[in-house]
Design a protein around this ligand. Structure first.
Ligand code: AHR
Length: 347
């Protein structure tokens, strides 16, 4: 496959693939119509090469807050290239307003399909209504939205945050039971971005499991925004304020890796003095699991690019897609057979 060029147009920071000819073609069409030469129907003006699917996908990513996120972006970009899908890729730098702007530009550009990772769950109805009016199908990915009108998007593909939280809860309950460890168990929770579906889902799933085990309690919970630096800061201030705890549940590896640094600085041996559970399964967290500094890593699968391209093609062809598609995810725990032979994670 030939390498495609990266080009820039004013409203888009990054484009992978050929420049869409639609807008330019519209002007040509108008001129030709005026001259009575051709009839303008659909998008025949945007000629595809053999390897092109002829599909333009507008993708709004939330940013680059974690190694997980960067892998997710790479997966989408590489899959678009491999599938011959022209990708208009926008990075919102953690701002919902930037995502809304990006989606509006995709609509103005008349892309075939829009996909986006909603940074928070609420506040999408207006812009999605605009996409619907323009007849552009929308795929929600990685994070979920809350809306009273389910017709505003075609489907969701991504992780099952509730189940990730449940798996974290199950691990802690079983660990403390199996090892006959002391109770009560006091937990510090580092949760993700306020109002985001993974933060809400993971918190909900975790609490669902703990609800049957009153000897477990969350003694401190704060949002670290999925950031390594915030994980460090929060743990530093928890330790400085003298809060006692037996376990840490972090909603992502970035935050846990920051927290491990703070604990080690204070002479705490994470994974031994304190049980550590985290979500994502970045290479660094798997390495920490192998080193005994983390006890359980729950996979959150970022490699959804190929599935997104497949769904984009189906939507562009006018097909229906399933409403809810959860990707497969594993749980890696201390003592698992084959941990040392795990293939490199790629993020
Ligand atoms: O939405 C998925 C979460 O966002 C990942 O767990 C986290 O690392 C990312 O930034």
């Amino acid at each position: 496959m030939k390498a495609k060029k990266h080009k820039t147009i004013p409203w888009s920071r990054e484009i992978t693939g050929r420049i869409p000819l639609r807008i330019f073609g519209t002007f040509l069409c108008a001129a030709a119509l005026f001259a009575g030469l051709v009839s303008c129907g659909g998008r025949s003006e945007a000629k595809s090469s053999d390897e092109d699917s002829g599909i333009i996908l507008g993708f709004s990513q939330i940013g680059a807050e974690s190694a997980w996120r960067n892998c997710n972006s790479r997966s989408v970009q590489e899959a678009a290239h491999d599938a011959g899908v022209q990708l208009l890729f926008e990075n919102a730098e953690q701002k919902q307003e930037n995502q809304i702007k990006a989606i509006r530009s995709f609509i103005a550009y008349r892309v075939d399909v829009i996909a986006f990772v909603p940074i928070v769950a609420d506040g999408w109805d207006n812009v999605l209504r605009e996409a619907k009016t323009a007849g552009i199908p929308v795929l929600v990915t990685d994070r979920k939205i809350v809306t009273e009108d389910p017709t505003l998007y075609a489907g969701f593909i991504g992780t099952n945050s509730e189940e990730e939280g449940r798996n974290a809860g199950r691990f802690l309950v079983n660990k403390f039971a199996d090892e006959g460890m002391k109770k009560p168990v006091r937990i510090v929770e580092l949760y993700g971005t306020e109002g985001s579906s993974p933060a809400m889902g993971r918190a909900r799933g975790f609490r669902e499991i703990l609800a049957d085990h009153p000897e477990f309690s969350i003694v401190y919970s704060e949002s670290g925004d999925f950031l390594h630096s915030r994980g460090y800061e929060i743990m530093r201030s928890v330790l400085d304020s003298g809060i006692a705890f037996d376990a840490v549940f972090a909603h992502n590896d970035g935050m846990v890796l920051g927290a491990l640094e703070a604990m080690k600085e204070s002479g705490i041996a994470p994974g031994k003095d304190v049980a550590i559970v985290t979500i994502d399964a970045e290479q660094a967290a798997i390495d920490a699991l192998r080193a005994g500094e983390v006890n359980c890593v729950i996979e959150c699968n970022p490699k959804t690019g190929p599935a997104i391209m497949d769904l984009a093609k189906r939507l562009a062809a006018g097909e229906k897609i399933p409403r809810l598609m959860h990707v497969e995810e594993r749980v890696f725990s201390e003592g698992d057979v084959g941990l040392d032979e795990l293939a490199p994670r790629g993020y």
